[in-house]
Design a protein around this ligand. Sequence first.
Ligand code: ADP
Length: 295
Amino acid sequence: HIAVLGSTNMDLVAYVAKAPQRGETVTGREFRTLPGGKGANQAVAAARAGATVAMIGAVGNDPFGTQLRSALDHSGVDTDLLRTVEGQSGTAHIVVDDDGGNAIVVIPGANATLTALSAGDKAEIASAAALLLQLEVPLEGVLAAARTAREHGVRTLLTPAPAQPLPPELLAATDLLLPNEHEAAALTGITDPAAAARALLSQVPEVVVTLGAAGSLYAARGAEPVTVPARRVTAVDTTGAGDTFAGALAVALCEGKSLPGALSWASAASALAVRRPGASTSMPYRSEIDAEAGA
Ligand code: ADP
């Protein structure tokens, strides 16, 4: 099984023709509330892709919290380790434009309480085949999870988003770092993704940089970076593309697929997700991914 430690947010999404500039007001077309958060998204992606998944996280004791928990339950994610805490759930305020691009403000709410692991969290991580981490919860919590995984030889995939300086100990406990091109540039100060990936290899053994419609780039020590193309599709909403990719990649690796094969399967999964609106609601199920990957 796969363990995920991370954020659970309610996405409050405004669909507009063109996103407003600073100081500008625009009239949008539609508003939706959609369950999201990088942690929950990756958990849903992995569960729909066919794995048994446990979510370690926190929601508030507000109506969003109830909805977020039941959305995870509905996708088959185990929520026994998802705490309900006093206060607001996390929210993400998202503007999606007609080109499928997005701009996002995240307010952590309950996610900010995830600073330490319970005995149950530790046992879950220790027995997992892989641990998925992102940075929308406090670094203390992320570090504690990475440490536990390292102690028990559990493969750790870290999505360094939102981008921020990372403690060396966290990178040292990461097996595969999974930034998008902006995060790779923010972490290294290098805009060329292949050069950024090579620079990151001094701290982690494997790096996959996702490049949106340009696909993904895989780098490991002692080998030249390899690019895996994305599928040519018409994107309607790229929110959660990277999380779909991460969840599907973890499932493929846990099933013993080699990295190039796992990356192409993950691209098939994210290509399906960007064709539909929403983040977790747009994530494909295993049968769809297998069909797309074989097409
Ligand atoms: P993030 O959502 O973290 O910014 P990316 O935008 O890099 O991540 O997307 C992750 C993956 O999703 C890409 O590597 C690619 O396989 C797929 N993807 C994203 N956007 C598109 C697109 N417009 N068309 C096809 N595939 C896409």
